[in-house]
Design a protein around this ligand. Sequence first.
Ligand SMILES: *Cc1c(COP(=O)(O)O)cnc(C)c1O
Length: 831
Amino acid sequence: MTDELDAMNEPLDKDMIIIKSFLEHLEYTLGKDKYSATKYDRYNALAYAVRKYLVERWLDTQQAYYNTDNKRVYYISMEFLMGRTLGNSLINLGLYDDFRDAINSLGYDFEEILSEEQDAGLGNGGLGRLAACFLDSMATMSIPAYGYGIRYEYGIFRQQIVDGAQVEIPDNWLRYRNPWELDRQEHLHTVKFYGRVITTFNKDNKLVREWVDTEDVMAMAYDTPIPGYDTQTVNTLRLWSAKSSREFDLKFFNEGNYIRAVEKKMQTETISKVLYPADNVIEGKELRFKQEYFLASATVHDVLYRFKKKHTDMRLLPEKVAIQLNDTHPTLAIPELMRVLIDLENVEWEDAWAITKKTFAYTNHTILPEALEQWPVWFFEQILPRHLQIIYEINDYFMKEVRARFPDDPDRPARMSIVEEHWERKIRMAHLAIVGSHSVNGVAELHSQILRERLFKDFYEMYPERFNNKTNGITQRRWLKMANPPLAHLIDDYIGDGWVTDLYELEKLRAVAEDPEFSQRWQEVKRCNKEELAAYILKHNDIVVDPNSLFDCQVKRIHEYKRQLLNVLHIITLYNRIKENPEAEVTPRTFIFAGKAAPAYFAAKLVIRLINGVAKVVNEDPDVAGRIKVVFLANYSVSLAEQIFPASDLSEQISTAGTEASGTGNMKFALNGALTIGTLDGANIEMAEEVHRENIFIFGLTAEEVSHLKEQGYNPREYYNGNPELKKAIDMISSGFFAQGTPDLFVPLTDSLMNLGDNYMLLADYASYIACQEEVGKLFRNKNEWARLAILNCAGMGKFSSDRTIEEYAREIWGIKPMDVHPGTVNVKRL
Ligand SMILES: *Cc1c(COP(=O)(O)O)cnc(C)c1O
């Protein structure tokens, strides 16, 4: 290494320190020299060099939290879709440029080294990514906060496309080292399963329940530092990994059954093995149930352990602790806290219940019935018998309250009960979460309204004060500053960089929306980003796309409610128009799709095959060459998203109104200068308000019209028979035109539209969508006008920073003040 150092001509001190640290890690931590080091080794060496700066601030922050004993918030989530860490850490530490220059001066390609990092894909989609954006905002605002989740050994599967179909590859992301985590062997909690409950008397002769003969699993903590931007604050993401308990092994060892003991050990460790890959749908599997309890229990014990370091009176808990449940997945934390308070801490039932309700808050993420968690009572009987007793007690208490409040409504108790009694008895986790929390929030205004007026109407009537809205947001540090440096720099040049911690600063762009020089540079940035994505597409899909064409993007999980199929109907319609009339005025477009389908979701996987089938026909047809292209990019992930958003012109947000709780992809697109075509659904509605209605392409039925039409009796065939272009597109799909030799391949898709009721009303919205797309195509021909609207869209994104969302959670739900945001820029002299 030293010869390499000698070879450099007088580097700056700062560079020298970085280079020295980098080379030392390469040599002493990884045991490599310049001959044997791989690109991946260089990434690791760089990560270790950066970690040092995180750890210093991290220790200081945690000590400060301990000393001040301010109230802390615990964000519990089964998913954290973090993506890569290195580049983001450098940006938040303010060291990105220093490290880039230093590493480049060694003759390496810094960006190439960054791209060696594997995504941490511990989530499916929006819900997991929201948790990750929240961590960034909480650290940036110096909110004493912890993320709690599961350290899955396998994250979301890697998607390959083989012959047009999705193939799932296991994501063994921990196979190589993870330089960002620190294992905390000393932070172990026992999580109990199975067993039975016995009644005994304690030393005060009081009746107590004891949960005995349990099978125990240890939860071991792994901590990842979460640095804020431009602050000394570094928070913690604590992920639990399942380890077998030593006592448990001993039983078998003592019987001389060594192999059985090892088998049992492996079995218990499966709890944290794999992330369930289904988005917005429940998998009623025992392993998933155990994962949820594993997270809930380990976290509750950890929270109480920390609380008890300073306090003995459990009634103070809500003054020191707020627990936010990210969807119902961690709701078992409610009966778990009750169990600990009553059985282990000797708190009276009523006191325990008051403490619990004041501590918890619940965020709902979906109204789709297939995603509402209900666990069979027999799961509880077998796996969590004590929790079942507690839930029944909670429900008895609650049912009395309901009857007293609504004596003239005899059906209401059954509707509101935590226990669903029909057919198979089940526990309704959302009801438990509402009853056990002081706050229930939706994630966009429309969604929260639907919770109040439909899904949780009964509960809203009983507890109106619990219900509130927290419209989702995204972190501009990752989704603009890091993902799109050319645009970030351009914005800095015109309005300064205040937007990085106060996104409302983007309003100032309105003043330059018509400035010819700004507009020109804006268009050049977009053009560059599109060329980069075009190169990516050529490399990965072997398809040549024209950067002058309109990049029309729909990237998100593949789901019927998100209506990728409606987008496909538009593509086929354009194809047919060009085929029928080669002179037709069709703005050249590149349709870009990306997204994973849940492995067991047949219809979603078929949509992927259809997109690829249409792509093959369209891309190989000389008659439409230069007009339309279709691309499906494999393995949608945070890293791929970071490449797509900056290069997009048009953002497809076309879910059936009333189905998408908020959406956050919509916000990332607009922030990066794409125009939106969308329905009045989720946060699209609020985006339309912020960017002004005339600057966004809205089409289709409203949520109210959707429910009205359903009540009247919706008949998709009327639309089919009444619209020749729609009929032709559907007939082509069902006839096998895109099926490459398997004629019936796509019939299930057209069947669901024509014969099974078209649940998501694609046919009802088709005509309006096509007409709206024509407007889009026309506008794109006027480059300056398009740019003006894109700038105004970006300017209107202030509200959609997750900083704003978190500020609202902190103030209105948690009762925690963001500490001062700017304790001075990171001190480079510490280098
Ligand atoms: C933002 C994001 C999502 C959520 O996208 P929606 O369009 O809101 O569904 C999903 N996956 C990844 C990787 C994301 O970055």
